[in-house]
Design a protein around this ligand. Structure first.
Ligand code: ASP
Ligand code: MG
Length: 551
């Protein structure tokens, strides 16, 4: 909340000072926070918060200090803000965290920095495993998992934090999280059921452990820092496991909770991945969602840029484990990066770029373990380049569900009903394929959604009347989706033909394709065992093995 002179109510006794106070308040643009009143100002009417009228009491004879604070704040508020998100491997152990600390410390001269952290690598998986074991009655595994998590966090804390007082405080914070996690598992052992809300609570513990760890480690290397639980600043709807943010509420909370820290040049270390509803119920944004947290916070705080620090050099022209010649892409557009993320590039959560598109905030992918590398810069327009095909993405964890209709005349009503049923089941469709000749309608989905999609279709077409012309609803396993991402793919003659021709020459069979459906991606369903070779062949055909393409 920014105080304007007319918002400031001063008690009668201090009337003569009110003018000075009002001037000060507007000049300083004081951002008032319940928890963190700015230095030199004490909030005496917090009950009014967040109404527009707040009573300020200025301590007497503080003028010189106020001037110093004002000068410092003015300086700090001129520094642009960088939001830096560090992924699981960047906070994976003490050694990795030291690299993270160095990156943050190195940026502070010219920038204000807000850090978003993931859980230590592998921790979220273990927490979810513990929750599932608890719900299945396996208390031994639960105990084993918590024991190892405690040991890992404590040994990391011991390696990083020299001061006994700081270590003591941190260990108490960590302990609180473990107590919460263990008692939640005790409940699950009794109830034997795992609700979406409980799953969110337990999977959020990883970030709630790593944030205080990283914040304390920052203070240990001389950086003022404070851990912030995102429940205090990131407001979402109540869709557990895939919550959507409310930007308006989040902006207000961030102004109150995070802005004052930034103005005092304190580095907030915010838990990625989680948030809370307006009523305070914990939610998560979905697996890998810390990237999304970073871009949400970057937008509401008007950051100059968002940097995703990870363990690879950026977006690559293909998965380097599958295509040895894959090279880093120096610059790419939001649209192409989003398509790559959506179709399988694991480097970025697919939703990350949604919030920044309107503001045009650049997002970087950079390597914590090779900070000398420039990484990939993701911008609105991408590089000036005529090159059409930019990169390839691949997904092997997919299935194709096919509805086969026997009569031609029924097929359009089947299409209509099938789409409606799949949409109602909130099944995210990667690609659809329809062939008129065999009257087959195929939905490509990520494997975890296959069962739900199949059930929705079976329910829709379950009646006796329908069974007369629905020949089969079947699943094709053992398939993979390969996607070519680039510009003008639909309009430029020849790209699709070139891809089909080379795959045909190499005797690689295309099971289904989305040719012409989009201008920026062209997807092929192929047999899973052909995925690697399909990628290699297309990578070579479109000459992706050289960064010169991306000038
Ligand atoms: N820790 C969460 C996960 O493993 C979120 C993230 O790392 O982005 O999914
Ligand atoms: Mg990630």
């Amino acid at each position: 909340m920014i105080l304007k002179p007319q918002n400031v109510v001063v008690p009668d006794a201090m009337h003569e000072r009110s003018q000075a106070l009002a001037t000060d308040a507007s000049a300083l643009d004081i951002a008032i926070s319940q928890e963190h009143p700015p230095a030199g100002v004490s909030l005496s009417a917090q009950a009014d918060f967040p109404s527009r009228s707040v009573t300020l009491v200025l301590p007497p004879r503080r003028a010189p200090r106020r001037r110093a604070v004002r000068a410092r704040n003015a300086l700090a508020s001129k520094k642009p803000l960088k939001v830096m998100k560090f992924g699981g491997t960047s906070v994976g152990d003490a050694c990795c965290i030291e690299k993270t600390l160095e990156i943050v410390r190195g940026s502070l001269g010219d920038y204000r920095v807000l850090v978003v952290v993931s859980a230590m690598a592998g921790v979220t998986d273990l927490l979810l495993e513990a929750a599932m074991c608890a719900a299945a009655g396996d208390s031994e595994t639960v105990a084993r998992i918590f024991k190892s998590l405690k040991a890992r966090h404590r040994s990391t804390a011991n390696a990083l934090i020299g001061s006994a007082a700081k270590r003591g405080r941190l260990n108490r914070q960590l302990k609180e999280c473990f107590v919460e996690g263990e008692s939640l598992c005790q409940e699950l052992l009794l109830t034997r059921s795992l609700t979406a809300a409980a799953r969110d609570l337990i999977s959020s513990l990883g970030e709630r452990l790593s944030a205080p760890l990283v914040a304390t480690a920052l203070t240990e290397v001389g950086v003022k820092s404070e851990a912030v639980d995102a429940r205090e600043c990131l407001v979402t709807d109540s869709h557990h496991g895939a919550a959507n943010p409310s930007f308006e509420l989040t902006r207000g909370r961030c102004e109150r909770r995070l802005r004052p820290l930034l103005q005092k040049e304190i580095v907030p270390v915010v838990t990625g991945f989680l948030g809370a509803t307006a009523e305070g119920a914990l939610t998560t944004l979905g697996r890998g969602g810390s990237d999304y947290s970073a871009s949400i916070l970057g937008v509401v705080l008007d950051a100059q840029e968002v940097i995703i620090w990870t363990d690879v050099n950026g977006f690559l022209t293909s998965d380097p484990r599958l295509v040895a010649e894959a090279s880093t892409i120096p610059q790419i557009s939001y649209q192409h990066a989003a398509a790559l993320a959506y179709f399988g590039a694991k480097v970025l959560h697919p939703k990350t770029l949604q919030p920044v598109i309107q503001r045009g905030i650049p997002v970087w992918i950079r390597n914590t373990f090779a900070p000398e590398q420039a990484g990939t810069k993701i911008t609105l327009h991408g590089p000036h380049s005529d090159v059409s095909v930019k990169a390839l993405a691949a997904m092997s964890d997919i299935q194709m569900i096919a509805v086969t209709v026997s009569g031609m005349e029924e097929s359009s009503s089947v299409t209509h009903r099938a789409f409606a049923a799949v949409a109602a089941a909130r099944s995210d469709i990667l690609m659809t394929a329809q062939t008129r000749s065999t009257c087959e309608l195929g939905f490509v989905v990520r494997s975890p959604l296959a069962e739900r999609t199949m059930e929705a279709l079976q329910m829709e077409f379950g009646s006796d009347a329908d069974r007369r012309y629905i020949r089969e609803i079947g699943v094709k396993n053992g398939v993979a989706l390969v996607t070519v991402v680039g510009q003008h793919l639909r309009d430029l003659p020849g790209i699709a033909e070139q891809a089909f021709a080379v795959l045909c020459r190499e005797k690689l069979q295309v099971i289904a394709s989305s040719q012409g459906a989009s201008d920026c991606n062209l997807s092929f369903v192929v047999a899973a065992e052909d995925m690697e070779r399909t990628l290699g062949v297309l990578h070579k055909e479109f000459q992706l093995d050289g960064v010169s393409n991306f000038r």
